[in-house]
Design a protein around this ligand. Structure first.
Ligand code: SF4
Length: 339
């Protein structure tokens, strides 16, 4: 534990606009320096956390930054499976998450036992797991994928091999539709936040904003609807972009649109507005906020740096197997961003 002079308690009301103050920011930077820590924040974190972090990005990009960093300690402001992935890729570093209870409904939608049972039904199948999975599930996986490269990863598997794709049913449906692959079985998991951004909401917003582009995360319940709308001509196809969070930032910088509707967790709006301040970004569903992501508060970040908690541990044997699945993905193609 690192002792520190008293600092005014940060204002932590959970509101996205809460700014905990300059004293908090100074103290976070001072403690991070003393601990030799790099602070990483996912795009869905509270704005104050995103702004204080050394790097903000999607889950896989952050894990790769963690592995390449000289820092001996990684403070991962995101949800638990993301911190685990950082630990898998950086087994000799200390990985801290400010609240280990920050879970993920998508990662929790399949356990390693359930996956082993599913594999027993299809013993010759290749298992493809989205990076939103626990270390124990990654250890049972042949190849990981992100939302950027899921199509490429599945396409790399010989056409006569069956595929078990997990855990996200919307991403799986997107891949199956793009590849027209029949021998692909998709686990019926979902993220409660993205599933709540549905086709009806998207259609209503698209109709009310006829000039706006649509940025849709493939985990969304509306990804199918967005492609359908484009296919029927209800929304011009070039207005609909199915993108990972990292892809959204690239698309924002390149866009000529004056307004963009964004279908993903609302924390993403902060980075998009910073990337392209001239564009009017609006959430398709402004209640799409991940309660797990928002468990990482300014106060808990300070505590993590002061007390060195919560430390993330992954069994070395599981980590080695999970690392092999992540590395196979990287060998197949540009992984781009995870969630
Ligand atoms: S937004 Fe969904 S997938 Fe992302 S961390 Fe939250 S529950 Fe998990």
């Amino acid at each position: 534990m690192i002792a520190s002079p008293s600092v005014a308690e940060p204002r932590v009301d959970g509101s996205p606009d809460a700014w905990p103050g300059a004293a908090w920011a100074d103290e976070v930077r001072r403690l991070a320096r003393r601990r030799g820590a790099v602070i990483l924040a996912h795009n869905y974190q509270l704005p104050a956390i995103q702004d204080i972090a050394d790097h903000t990005g999607d889950s896989l990009a952050l894990s790769r930054i963690a592995a390449e960093s000289d820092a001996s300690t990684i403070v991962f402001c995101g949800v638990h499976f993301m911190a685990e992935t950082a630990k898998i890729l950086s087994p000799h570093k200390t990985v801290l998450i400010p609240d280990a209870r920050a879970g993920c409904s998508l990662a929790d939608s399949i356990t390693a036992d359930q996956l082993r049972e599913w594999k027993a039904e299809y013993p010759d199948a290749v298992v493809v797991s989205y990076v939103n999975t626990t270390a124990a599930v990654k250890a049972e996986t042949d190849i990981c994928c992100t939302s950027s490269n899921a199509v490429e990863v599945v396409a790399s598997i010989p056409a006569d091999r069956e595929v078990l794709f997990l855990p996200d049913q919307f991403l799986g449906a997107h891949v199956r539709r793009v590849l027209g692959r029949e021998n692909m079985h998709v686990w019926a998991g979902e993220c409660h936040v993205h599933a709540g951004i549905n086709g009806a909401t998207l259609t209503a917003k698209a109709e009310a904003n006829p000039d706006a582009e649509l940025f849709v995360h493939p985990e969304c319940g509306c990804a199918t609807s967005a492609l359908y709308l484009a296919g029927t001509g209800a929304v011009p196809a070039d207005r609909v972009k199915i993108l990972s969070t990292g892809g959204m930032l690239d698309a924002a910088r390149a866009s000529q649109a004056s307004s963009v509707l964004v279908a993903t967790e609302i924390g993403m709006l902060h980075q998009l507005r910073k990337a392209a301040p001239e564009i009017d970004f609006r959430a398709v569903n402004d209640r799409a906020s991940c309660r797990y992501m928002k468990m990482i508060t300014p106060e808990k970040l300070l505590r993590a740096l002061r007390e060195g908690r919560d430390e993330v541990h992954v069994d070395p044997e599981l980590a080695a197997r999970g690392r092999a699945a992540v590395q196979r993905m990287i060998e197949i193609g540009q992984p781009g961003g995870g969630e």
